[in-house]
Design a protein around this ligand. Structure first.
Ligand SMILES: Nc1ncnc2c1ncn2[C@@H]1O[C@H](COP(=O)(O)OP(=O)(O)O)[C@@H](O)[C@H]1O
Ligand SMILES: [Mg+2]
Length: 326
């Protein structure tokens, strides 16, 4: 059985237009002029047990809406979602004990209490046994290097430390499925990396299923083998990051350092020169022409060093969305 099965899932937010003022409010009770936002439009996908999948899309694409439907916070307009065989919107306690949703922009810890106090409340809520709680909290606190932070009032912690405490809180009950919505948003690069490393460790240790959205392509690049991409509510790609790059960016970049500097015009014959200074240059060529072009340049010029790189994945994804937006 797949951990997550989504079929033709759709969410349309409906709100009623309200004219300003008291009379507007009263009038709208009768006129009911509707405002509809199709946040998620019939998306289908499945995720196997133990997979860690990246969920990508620009702002407003419908990622958070989808994660909320999968964790039972929102009722779908139509279509079906199955999570570990459950229908999430039923909110069965046995399902809620097996999943977790972490939102980078929403805190569930009590602001004025030390994080440990919140952990103990969650322990009771999820009915975690004393010995299991001890083992689990020690593992999480250790892996996130939080030992000297969990007894400090949450409000006094840095944003990164708070996020790490949020992760502990969300994972104390050892969920089989973890939905992570922008867990690294707003964090400095060092904290981002700590959280990435932690997620790797968690995935290895628990073998849990993880669906991760992030603004930072590096998170997805390092953690996820497979990605699902949505744009304006519709699924536009599903597969490896590698073939996403292949499919949407046919170009590769050859980077040369020369012993003797060639003229820029001489290089331009071989491809698009995207960068050049004193004695180095970057030439962009189509993927399947790479061997021939590299060989030709190596033969013709005094090359000291050459490397072949992909076009930056961040750029590929950005281009993909801008192209579609146009
Ligand atoms: N509660 C809501 N009521 C009305 N529209 C909403 C609500 N929540 C989100 N939306 C709209 O639904 C769309 C998808 O939003 P969201 O799922 O938050 O996207 P993402 O997480 O990919 O940025 C956006 O157009 C957003 O403005
Ligand atoms: Mg979102």
């Amino acid at each position: 059985m797949n951990a997550i099965e989504v079929e033709q899932l759709r969410k349309t937010y409906v709100s009623h237009k309200k004219a300003p003022g008291v009379w507007g409010g009263i009038r709208s009770l009768f006129s009911r002029e509707k405002n509809e936002v199709e946040a998620v439009k019939d998306i289908s996908f499945s995720i196997g047990q133990g997979e860690m999948v990246g969920f990508l899309g620009p702002n407003g694409a419908g990622k958070t809406t989808t994660l909320k439907m999968l964790s039972g916070i929102l009722f779908p307009t139509s279509g079906t979602a199955r999570v570990l065989g459950y229908t999430p919107s039923d909110r069965k306690p046995s399902m809620l004990r097996k999943i977790s949703l972490v939102m980078g922009n929403k805190m569930q810890l009590w602001w004025d209490l030390p994080a440990m106090d919140s952990f103990l409340v969650l322990k009771e809520l999820y009915e975690v046994e004393d010995s299991a709680f001890k083992k689990r909290s020690e593992f999480l606190i250790e892996t996130l290097s939080l030992a000297d932070k969990v007894n400090t009032q949450v409000r006094k912690l840095s944003l990164g430390e708070r996020m790490k405490c949020e992760l502990v809180a969300a994972l104390l009950h050892s969920p089989q499925i973890v939905f992570l919505d922008e867990p690294t948003i707003g964090l400095d690069v060092v904290s981002q990396k700590r959280i990435r490393d932690f997620l790797k460790e968690l995935h290895r240790e628990d073998n849990c299923t993880i669906l991760l959205t992030s603004h930072y392509m590096q998170d997805v690049e390092e953690l996820c083998e497979r990605v699902i991409v949505i744009d304006r509510g519709a699924l536009i790609y599903e597969g490896t990051l590698d073939s996403l790059t292949r499919q949407f960016s046919p170009m590769r970049r050859l980077q040369f350092t020369f012993g003797e500097c060639p003229a820029a015009e001489a290089l331009a014959k071989y491809g698009k020169v995207v960068e050049s200074d004193e004695c180095s240059a970057v030439v962009e060529v189509e993927r399947d022409k790479v061997p021939a072009v590299a060989a030709a340049i190596l033969t013709r010029f005094a090359v000291e060093d050459v490397s072949i790189g992909d076009v930056d994945i961040e750029e590929v994804v950005r281009d993909l969305f801008t192209q579609r937006g146009a």
